[in-house]
Design a protein around this ligand. Structure first.
Ligand code: 3HC
Ligand code: NAI
Length: 688
């Protein structure tokens, strides 16, 4: 049984206990219906408190049931049964009341919550809309404008805001159960409230719906659910309750089976699995109570801010006093920017900065639990840093490098007790980007690897384990993307056409705009190093741009021209001339949107499959998380591997074969051909 019923004089307390998050499984829905019937029939009961055990109120429908046919009792009916109960129900909310959880609470006559609770309708984040009256009851309770915000953004609001909106009736101080019982005793004496379903929707100003549509459409681009959610709130405001419920349910069921919903569900479960990999189950991570960052440049400052935001005291080590000041100023600039955006107050910024100590020697690190190195990308400089750390730090301190392209094995040579060493590859800006690639060496101890994952949880990041190769998972795939983008230019496409296509595909930026923003020089430096090792990286146009110091926005031009003070890219005649020279003698073809996207995305999939075969990544879903959280791959496409799988791997192989025949891509690797022959991808490392 997931529900127990207790009586406190005339108040019945219905407690749901369905770990981990009290999701509304079929069994729970059935028990809720039975509880209403039982309490309706109990003359001694005047009112009912609905409360949850564990960490949260009902967090929503059970997402794992979404791939299957819906089983009765259906949630809209359960909510209606609660709403029509003979006794008033009071939802007592702690943790999160999300999706179906909030819809159940909207069926209750009253809602109370503790101050730390949050309430929301996150369905659009799963590619669906609320399916149990959320879009229909909400505008009746809090008005269409607030309902549109909640439903189309999917973002929850805290209890205080919820009270201001009229979403909850009161915020309970102290014990929720006791407070809710007192509240129920009070309302039991009052006249019965009109159920939300019977209330009218407040009028909106002329033009409100058109304005809302324009605003939502601009934000969501090609994501379907937010606009459908808006349509459902609008419909609910313009029609009667029963028709509105029918419209909502139909839209919900249709979207539930859509490609976007399947992709977003895949990401939902991948994100939740990532922080706790099965192979580390039972391995105890080290406690991390203090941390140091070596190097206070772009990455060091961002990493320091991320660690500080998680509440750790930080020591920032730089080369000399002047560099210490620059490093601290870099961290402060991060907090200043957050303040400007209204994300934190001056007091919070001051408190964060007061926990960052800048020094230019290593003595203070003798008792630090975790040290992350983010100095120049130079093996000798990094080795010298770890030599000092080896001498000063406790032998169980975790020592990490943030290198992008150097071999962590080589960096760790000479580290005393190398089992405490690993790579922690953050992405820029490190206090914002969610991805953390965790890179163990041969010698990294399991507890140290587990500490990397525990750290990611502490920082609210998505951890992915990566093996050692040039660029680990993400940057290795990025190299292929960039090479493909240049191949397109040499065969008839323009930078503007490629960028526009990739934006239309759902990326925040195309490959050329992105290079101009980040700077072309770092990749050029890496190509030089690769050539010294006998490799032959393909970047004929980028090499020529760097030779004439067109490094991107920072030098006033890169793949595009830029006017001073204007970040808008303008097509460049100089670049067009270089492309024409490099393309001379090559076959030119007409590129449409679909074929540009294929020539960029499918080679990524091919490289990612190699990465799986080489065990650089352990899971297919990990690749999707890397591309979504590190490189802006559209979440609603589920990541490149989910995209390829959903599209059909035999089609992917056929397109790659065609591109390869024209010299426009590498042919599909064996793993991809094998996967196409079976029923989709499997974790290629699982022994098959
Ligand atoms: N269904 C099924 N399982 C769920 C779930 C859900 N709605 N929400 C969370 N879980 C599972 C997770 O997969 C995870 O499982 P695991 O332990 O086996 O890996 C476990 O619960 C814990 O989840 P988190 O790690 O996310 O726990 P946190 O404590 O960090 O967060 C939370 C708790 C804020 C509730 C977070 O889990 C969350 O945001 N969940 C999603 C809520 C949601 O999207 N609800 C709407 C569902 S759609 C809906 O209700 C449709 C309706 O309108 C008909
Ligand atoms: P940066 O040049 O902005 O900062 C490096 C900092 O290290 C400078 O402030 C320098 O004074 C300091 N430093 C150099 N030698 C030092 C020493 N011996 N002791 C203490 N401090 C020292 O470089 P950035 O971009 O922050 O990169 C740092 C590391 O992070 C590199 O390994 C880079 O490959 C990696 N990285 C960079 C990313 C990026 O987007 N910039 C992304 C992910 C990783």
């Amino acid at each position: 049984m997931t529900i127990t019923i207790a009586r406190q004089t005339a108040i019945a307390v219905v407690t749901i206990d369905n770990p981990p998050v009290n999701a509304l499984s079929q069994a729970l829905r059935q028990e809720l219906v039975e509880a209403v019937a039982e309490l309706d029939a109990d003359a001694a009961v005047k009112a009912v408190v609905l409360i949850c055990a564990g960490r949260t109120f009902i967090a929503g429908a059970d997402v794992s049931e979404f791939g299957k046919p819906p089983q009765p009792p259906h949630l809209p009916d359960v909510v209606a049964i609660i709403e029509n109960a003979k006794k008033p129900w009071v939802a007592a909310i702690h943790g999160s009341a999300l999706g179906g959880g909030l819809e159940v609470a909207l069926g209750c006559a009253y809602r109370v919550a503790i101050a730390s609770a949050s309430l929301g309708l996150p369905e659009v984040k799963l590619g669906i809309i609320p399916g149990a009256g959320g879009t229909v009851r909400l505008p009746r309770l809090i008005g269409p404008a607030a309902a549109v915000d909640l439903v189309t953004s999917g973002s929850p609001v805290g209890a205080m805001k919820a009270q201001a909106l009229g979403l909850i009736d009161t915020v309970i101080d102290g014990d929720l159960r006791a407070g809710a019982i007192d509240f129920a005793n009070d309302i039991a004496e009052k006249p019965v409230l009109q159920p939300i379903s019977a209330r009218a929707v407040p009028e909106v100003d002329a033009g409100f719906w058109e304005g809302a549509e324009t605003a939502v459409a601009a934000k969501v681009k090609r994501e379907v659910a937010p606009l459908r959610a808006l349509a459902s709130v609008r419909n609910a405001s313009e029609t009667d309750f029963a028709s509105a419920m029918a419209f909502e349910r139909e839209t919900f069921l249709h979207l539930r089976g859509s490609e976007q919903a399947a992709a977003l569900r895949h990401v939902f479960f991948a994100e939740r699995a990532a922080p706790r990999p099965l192979e580390l189950a039972g391995v105890t991570p080290h406690d991390i109570r203090s941390a140091a960052v070596i190097g206070g440049g772009t990455m060091g400052a961002g990493i320091a801010a991320a660690l500080r935001d998680a509440g750790l005291p930080i020591v920032l080590v730089e080369r000399d006093k002047a560099a210490v000041e620059r490093g601290l100023a870099n961290v402060r600039a991060i907090y200043d920017a957050s303040m400007k955006r209204g994300r934190i107050t001056q007091a919070v910024a001051d408190e964060r900065m007061s926990g960052v100590t800048g020094i230019d020697d290593y003595e203070m690190l003798a008792d630090t639990d975790l040290v992350i190195e983010a100095v120049f990308e130079d093996l000798a400089v990094k080795r010298a840093v770890f030599e000092k750390l080896s001498a000063v730090c406790r032998r169980d301190a975790v020592l990490a490098t943030n290198t992008s392209y150097l071999d962590p094995e080589a960096i760790s040579e000479g580290v005393r007790h190398p089992e405490r060493f690993l790579g922690l590859h953050f992405f820029s800006p490190a206090h914002v980007m969610k991805l953390l690639e965790i890179v163990p060496t041969e010698e990294t101890a399991p507890e140290v690897l587990a500490t990397g994952f525990a750290l990611a949880r502490l920082l609210g990041k998505i951890p992915v384990r990566a093996g050692i190769c040039d660029g680990f998972i993400g940057n290795r795939i990025l190299k292929v993307t960039r090479a493909q983008a240049e191949r397109l230019l040499l065969s008839g496409a323009t930078p503007a056409a490629v960028d526009a296509t990739m934006r239309a595909f759902g990326l925040p930026m195309g490959p050329f705009e992105a290079q101009d923003l980040g700077g072309l020089d770092i990749a050029a430096f890496q190509r030089r190093a690769a050539r010294e090792h006998g490799e032959t990286p393909f970047a004929p146009v980028a090499d020529r741009l760097c030779a004439i110091e067109r490094f991107g926005q920072k030098s006033g031009g890169g793949w595009y021209d830029y006017q001073p003070g204007d970040r808008a890219p303008k097509p460049s005649e100089a670049v067009a001339a270089i492309i024409a020279e490099e393309a001379a003698g090559r076959l030119q073809r007409v590129w449409d949107e679909g074929s540009i996207a294929d020539a960029i995305i499918l080679p990524m999939v091919n490289e990612a499959t190699r990465i799986l075969e080489e065990r650089i990544a352990l899971r297919v879903a990990d690749i999707d998380l890397v591309k979504i959280h590190g490189y802006g791959f559209p979440r609603w496409r589920g990541g490149p591997m989910h995209y390829a799988d959903a599209r059909g791997l035999s089609d992917v192989v056929a397109v790659l074969d065609r591109l390869a025949a024209e010299g426009l891509a590498e042919p599909p690797c064996d793993g991809l051909r094998r996967a196409a022959g079976e029923d989709g991808f499997w974790d290629l490392t699982d022994g098959r």
